[in-house]
Design a protein around this ligand. Structure first.
Ligand SMILES: [Fe+2]
Length: 168
């Protein structure tokens, strides 16, 4: 088991606390309902909270929209689905084999993950999805992967996450 790096310059919260933060924001629709936007070109996102030791983002997903396979650059995270249903596939780290099954995350679902989590999240349903995501420390880089036919993850690229949220 690998423990997260404790960097005093980047204070962090553990996944269970991020789950509590994502749930608390999800339970306050006044914070995010008026901001919801859908974009037919790509997933839409906006930062709701920019705190010293975590950040919270609002994401929307139209049918068919989703992420590539990615990690979170060493940040832990959690997300709450507040409308619709997302599907997650979680992968073994690069260099190890996995054939992950899709996991349904319906309205009300709450997921938390540690700093080495690699996943793909997609809207495979027919209705628009809204979700609340918390990360700690704030995202600075994300790596993107290809899932080879033999089950191995291959690193494609590592990219900085800009103020607008990169490709999260
Ligand atoms: Fe993610």
């Amino acid at each position: 088991m690998t423990l997260p790096t404790l960097d005093p310059a980047r204070p962090s919260r553990p996944p269970r606390e991020l789950a509590g933060i994502a749930r608390a924001v999800a339970d306050q629709p006044d914070l995010w309902l008026p901001r919801i936007t859908f974009d037919t070109a790509h997933r839409w996102y906006e930062r709701l909270v920019d705190a010293a030791d975590h950040e919270v983002w609002l994401l929307t997903w139209l049918p068919g929209q989703g992420t590539e396979i990615h990690d979170h650059g060493g940040s832990s995270g959690a997300f709450a689905v507040v409308r619709g249903e997302l599907t997650e596939r979680s992968f073994a780290p690069a260099g190890r084999r996995s054939q992950p099954s899709p996991w349904a995350l319906p309205t009300g679902a709450l997921r938390a993950f540690g700093p080495h989590h690699v996943h793909e999240v997609t809207n495979r349903g027919g209705e628009a999805v809204v979700s609340i995501h918390a990360y700690s420390p704030a995202l600075t880089t994300m790596s993107y992967y290809r899932h080879a036919p033999d089950g191995l993850l291959e690193l494609v690229s590592t990219e900085p996450v800009d103020e607008e949220g990169g490709r999260r």
